[in-house]
Ligand binder design. Structure first.
Ligand code: SF4
Ligand code: SF4
Length: 237
C-alpha cells in the first residue's frame, strides 16, 4: 500500500488516499485492533466510507467555486437517475446502511415510478431522497451548476456543468488501494447502489440484496477512471 500506484487515478489523489489509509492503520495499530476486525473493516468498505467522509468534510471547508455556485436544490433529482452500467458505486458498509434505511419502505412506490432508471430511494412524487442521512459518498459528492445539463446527461447527453468533488476520487482510490493490499487474502467488492436499493424495496434481505448488487471486479476501476476524467473535464472549464 505504501508504494502502489493506481492506473487511471491522478497520482496526487492516490497519495492523498494512501495518507488517509496509513493514518487509519496507524490508529488501528495504536489501539491494538485485532487483524481479523481490521481486515473485515477494510474489505467491507467501512474504512473507505469513514475516511472518505473525512476527505469530504475537508474538501467542504474550502470547496471549488463551482460548488458554491451549484444549482442543486431539493426536488431536483436528475443526478439520481443511475443509468450508468455501475448503477452508482458504493461499498458494502454503505450498502448495509442504505438497506437498513430502506427496508421499512419495502413495497412502496419508488423512484422508478418517476423514471425507469432512477434510484429506488427517490420519492417519486417529491423527488427527494428517502435515505438522506444514510446516502453514500457518491450522492454527497455530485453537484452541478446547471440542472438542465443534468437532465440532458441523465438521458445520455454529455453537457457541461456536472462535476464531482475531489473527495469522491480519493474515496474510490482508497478502496482500490485496499483491494490491491488485500489481493489473495480477502475480497474487496463494490456494489451497485441502484440494485441494492431495488433489493430493499422488493423486501429482500441484506444478504440477498448484496449478492444481487455485487459488481464484477472491473467496475470499481471503471468508476475510478471515469470519475477522474469527469473531474479533469470540470477543472478545464
Ligand atoms: S446535481 Fe444536477 S440534478 Fe442533482 S441536484 Fe444538482 S443540479 Fe439538480
Ligand atoms: S440514495 Fe438518495 S441521493 Fe443517492 S441517488 Fe438515491 S435517491 Fe439520490
Amino acid at each position: 500500500m505504501e508504494t502502489a500506484d493506481l492506473k487511471g487515478s491522478p497520482p496526487q489523489v492516490t497519495d492523498q488516499a494512501r495518507r488517509l489509509l496509513l493514518a487509519y492503520l496507524s490508529t488501528a495499530e495504536a489501539q491494538s485492533l485485532p487483524y481479523s476486525k481490521l481486515a473485515r473493516a477494510l474489505a467491507n468498505g467501512e474504512v473507505t466510507a469513514q475516511m472518505g467522509m473525512i476527505a469530504h468534510e475537508e474538501v467542504l471547508k474550502s470547496p471549488p467555486d463551482a460548488y458554491r455556485d451549484a444549482a442543486c436544490a431539493s426536488g431536483c433529482a436528475f443526478c439520481c437517475i443511475l443509468s450508468g452500467e455501475d448503477g452508482g458505486t458504493i461499498t458494502g458498509a454503505e450498502a448495509a446502511r442504505m438497506h437498513a434505511a430502506l427496508a421499512p419502505l419495502a413495497g412502496q412506490p419508488d423512484g422508478r415510478d418517476w423514471h425507469a432508471f432512477a434510484c429506488p430511494s427517490l420519492d417519486p412524487v417529491t423527488r427527494t431522497c428517502r435515505a438522506y442521512d444514510a446516502r453514500p459518498i457518491i450522492c454527497r459528492s455530485f453537484f452541478s451548476t446547471d440542472a438542465a445539463a443534468c437532465e440532458e446527461n441523465a438521458n445520455g447527453g454529455e453537457a457541461d456543468g456536472a462535476a464531482v468533488l475531489s473527495s469522491h476520487l480519493i474515496y474510490l482510490a482508497m478502496h482500490g488501494l485496499i483491494r490491491l493490499a488485500l489481493a489473495g487474502v480477502i475480497k474487496v467488492p463494490s456494489y451497485s447502489l441502484a440494485r441494492l436499493a431495488a433489493g430493499a424495496f422488493s423486501g429482500h434481505s441484506l444478504e440477498h440484496s448484496l449478492t444481487a448488487a455485487r459488481h464484477p471486479p472491473r467496475m470499481l476501476d471503471d468508476a475510478r477512471k471515469g470519475s477522474g476524467v469527469a473531474l479533469a473535464r470540470a477543472r478545464r472549464r
